[in-house]
Design a protein around this ligand. Structure first.
Ligand SMILES: Cc1ncc(COP(=O)(O)O)c(C=O)c1O
Length: 423
């Protein structure tokens, strides 16, 4: 079977993204029409959060103006409608990730909460003194700190797979870290700081060969490529709605049914129970066991609309277009004297992290902002990556399918302007 990377690359090699009508798609995003400091907004901070199409905004509005009610509890029509959309979105996520069962989809606030859920339930139940958890040197803090917390509590150890100078995982080192004490591997599908696409399927095979489950942080993967959790073979997969053109405050955790069933609840409260007495509480079935309290129903509406929207464009088309745009941007930026790109992996998604000789990243970001260009500067919640490359911070331009070559040209011109100002 093809690896995920091959699956992503296939359309890029075989098709030219000519039919991709960016101009038309941009019309769906009201925010992109605005001016910033008198210049047209050029939004290149998509890895932090992506912009929302009108369809998503309208879906949230529809909930509050038409369906507003609580889910699972009412016999009245509004509650039925809300429950239908809520559970319908769960099924959309199941299809989006190609999970085999909608019971394997748990609504969470986002990737961070999904990872913490696994650490605090699976980790608390299964880790013990002397056990080991393996993460990688390119993780977002969200896929480091939850493991540090539970490891400290249990007396377990965290091991880190090193990365090479291109920003790729050193798989031979990963292999050496796996042993009889390894209880879990947690890895980013795509690095937010470097753009590296990790060979998750291979990682899962290596871990599973030793009976070790794998959690994948999919925050930066789902907006850019088709994800198939069954093909990847991973045990858990977490993502955030706001990175995939949906609202903030909503995301999903995929977990294999047999694992979710064996795990204790994350939080206690309404909806996660099937019966309560003062003597004994019986928990609800999955996935409700993990969804205590009134959920973020309005944003579930929005997330459902976002997945429909992305589905209509097609993730293969998005991947293909962005791959071409990333090549164009890399070429344009790396030829500017004084620029050093951090993260030059052979398999990359739409992130260009760079430093400019003699100018602090923050100053680059500030000057670009005056040009209407939104980029992120700093450590991108991945301080160990900055340490690995010996830089305090980078400038990060991160792409979405609504970005254009003209915007990349403006970015390159903006960097030249920074050089002129600080040179
Ligand atoms: C790779 C990665 N993991 C996890 C997260 C955390 O996502 P959230 O803040 O939406 O929970 C991010 C956010 O930037 C990320 O890029």
């Amino acid at each position: 079977m093809a690896t995920t990377q091959e699956t992503i690359q296939a359309p890029v090699r075989e098709t030219t993204p000519l039919a991709f009508d960016v101009k038309r798609l941009r019309e769906d995003f009201p925010i992109l029409k605005q001016k910033v400091h008198g210049k047209p907004l050029i939004y290149l901070d998509n890895a932090a959060t992506s912009q929302k199409p009108a369809q998503v905004i309208e879906a949230i509005l529809r909930f509050y103006t038409h369906d507003c009610s609580n889910v699972h509890r009412g016999v009245h029509l509004l509650s039925e409608r809300a429950t239908e959309t809520y559970e319908g979105t769960r099924t959309k996520i199941q299809r989006f990730l190609n999970a085999s069962d909608s019971r394997e989809i748990v609504f969470v606030r986002g990737t961070t909460e999904g990872i913490n859920l696994v650490a605090q339930t699976y980790g608390r139940q299964n880790f013990k003194l002397g056990d080991e958890v393996v993460i990688t040197g390119m993780e977002h803090h969200s896929n480091i700190v939850p493991w540090q917390i539970i490891c400290a509590e249990k007396g377990a150890f965290l091991h880190v797979v090193p990365i090479n100078d291109r920003g790729e995982l050193m798989l031979e080192e990963f292999e050496k870290l796996l042993n009889v004490r390894t209880r879990l591997v947690a890895v980013a599908h795509v690095s937010n700081a470097l753009g590296t696409i990790n060979p998750v399927r291979r990682i899962v095979e290596m871990a599973h060969a030793r009976g070790v489950p794998v959690l994948v942080d999919g925050a930066q993967a789902v907006p850019h490529m088709k994800v198939d959790v069954q093909e990847l073979g991973c045990d858990f997969y977490a993502f955030s709605g706001h990175k995939v053109f949906g609202p903030t405050g909503i995301g999903a955790l995929y977990g294999k049914a047999e694992l979710l069933e064996a795990m204790p609840p994350f939080q206690g409260g309404g909806d996660m129970i099937s019966s309560v007495t003062f003597e004994k509480t019986i928990y609800n079935v999955i996935p409700y066991k993990f969804e205590a309290g009134t959920p973020n129903i309005a944003d579930v509406y929005g997330l459902g609309a976002a997945l429909d929207y992305v589905g209509r464009i097609g993730l293969a088309n998005i991947a293909s277009y962005e791959h071409a745009l990333l090549s164009y941007a890399t070429e344009a930026i790396q030829q500017i004297p004084g620029v050093r790109i951090i993260g030059t992996a052979r398999e990359k998604a739409g992130v260009i992290s760079f430093v400019l000789e003699g100018v602090h990243a923050h100053d680059v970001g500030t000057v670009l902002d005056r040009e209407g260009i939104a980029v992120r500067t700093g450590h991108h919640c991945a301080q160990p990556v900055m340490d690995r490359f010996g830089v305090p911070a980078t400038v990060r331009a991160s792409l979405a399918f609504y970005n254009t070559k003209q915007e990349i040209n403006a970015l390159a011109a903006g960097i030249q302007r920074v050089k002129a100002l600080f040179g």
